[in-house]
Design a protein around this ligand. Structure first.
Ligand SMILES: NC(=O)c1ccc[n+]([C@@H]2O[C@H](COP(=O)([O-])OP(=O)(O)OC[C@H]3O[C@@H](n4cnc5c(N)ncnc54)[C@H](O)[C@@H]3O)[C@@H](O)[C@H]2O)c1
Ligand SMILES: O=C(O)C[C@H](O)C(=O)O
Length: 308
């Protein structure tokens, strides 16, 4: 029986932690690849040497050679620079656009049948670049945004109510930027609408904190950005493909008329299963929510227009 093969491009904070979650969940064998010589090799060996203690059976290799990534089922792109305090994610575009394009070309050459999950920021634009460079169908290339942004919003709500994190469900839509759209209307705690449990002003403060959740961590860390919750989030997306889970998750997906938008990536709810983005779900939005989504998508479009 063929084992799943997961390639993670970029062996930095997000990439190495993705490998950690993937091994802990025994999602498959793992290839960690980076331009830095020694880094992926050292981190992969170190992680594999934890296997006898933790009891997972993933084979983990580190490399600088794309030939080792051949025939991957899922490829996660985390390569590129991260922001520092005072920067926006969009400030990373000039450096990261070329990296994502180049990485995608290499990946596709060796794994023509894979699914590509993009993490590198600004993620909605990076995912657009990877989609165009891959020549893959839109179901096979998508990005990390809403799972992470929703996880932050869920965390704040669960702590406020002192309930299990698992029992809070929500959606955050739009681009993964400061104008993302957390949807209070679609937020439930154990099936109960959150608006009946938390006063409006407190909820609004949590919405704002979720929107700025990335910057909050950057301001603490100073030298880089969040990686535990981001890597857990993207590995949940990978797991949905590898196990054909068909979960409904908010992901950065290619829009072809949904929500009145085309030829752009933005966070929307979608069924994620063995065939990647199997269906984008269009939910009812109020006029204000739709306008907020459009504003957020317009920010993504203006960055796409900056690409040469
Ligand atoms: N979409 C999201 O929600 C989300 C969440 C967290 C981080 N990010 C983004 O993910 C990216 C990585 O973050 P990080 O904290 O891991 O950064 P990091 O600096 O710790 O790691 C980045 C790694 O990429 C490698 N790299 C650079 N160019 C490469 C290339 N051409 N090929 C292969 N590897 C290359 C570097 O050597 C480094 O090891 C950043 O752009 C960050 O903004 C996005
Ligand atoms: O904030 C960042 O730059 C990294 C990531 O997009 C996040 O939301 O944590």
């Amino acid at each position: 029986m063929k084992r799943n093969k997961i390639t993670i491009v970029g062996a930095g904070n997000v990439g190495a932690t993705c490998a950690h979650w993937a091994a802990a969940k025994e999602l498959g064998d793992i290839v960690l690849i980076d331009v830095a010589e020694g880094t992926p090799q050292g981190k992969a060996l170190d992680l594999m040497e934890a296997a006898p203690v933790e009891g997972y059976d993933s084979i983990i290799i580190g490399t600088n050679d794309y030939a080792d990534t051949a025939d991957s089922d899922v490829v996660i792109i985390t390569a590129g620079i991260a922001r520092k305090p005072g920067m926006s994610r969009d400030d990373l575009l000039n450096t990261n656009a070329g990296i994502v394009r180049n990485v995608t070309e290499q990946i596709v050459k060796y794994s023509p049948n894979c699914y590509i999950l993009v993490v590198t920021n600004p993620v909605d634009v990076s995912t657009y670049i990877a989609y165009k460079a891959s020549g893959f169908g839109p179901n096979r290339v998508f990005g990390l945004s809403g799972v992470l942004d929703s996880a932050r919003f869920r965390t704040f709500i669960a702590r406020e109510l002192n309930v299990s994190f698992e029992d809070v469900t929500t959606f955050v839509l739009g681009g993964h930027g400061d104008d993302m759209v957390p949807l209070v209307k679609y937020t439930y705690v154990g099936g109960i609408p959150v608006s009946t449990l938390i006063p409006e002003d407190k909820l609004e403060a949590m919405v704002e904190r979720a929107r700025k959740g990335g910057a909050e961590i950057v301001n603490y860390l100073k030298t880089g950005s969040a990686f535990y919750a981001p890597s857990a989030s993207v590995m949940q997306m990978a797991e949905c493909i590898l196990k054909d889970k068909k979960r409904i998750l908010p992901v950065s997906a290619y829009l072809q008329g949904e929500y009145g938008e085309s030829d752009v990536f933005a966070g929307v709810p979608a069924i994620i299963g063995g065939d990647g983005v199997e269906k984008i779900i269009e939910i009812d939005l109020s006029e204000n929510e739709m306008q907020a989504l459009k504003n957020s998508i317009n920010s993504v479009r203006s960055n796409i227009a900056r690409l040469s």
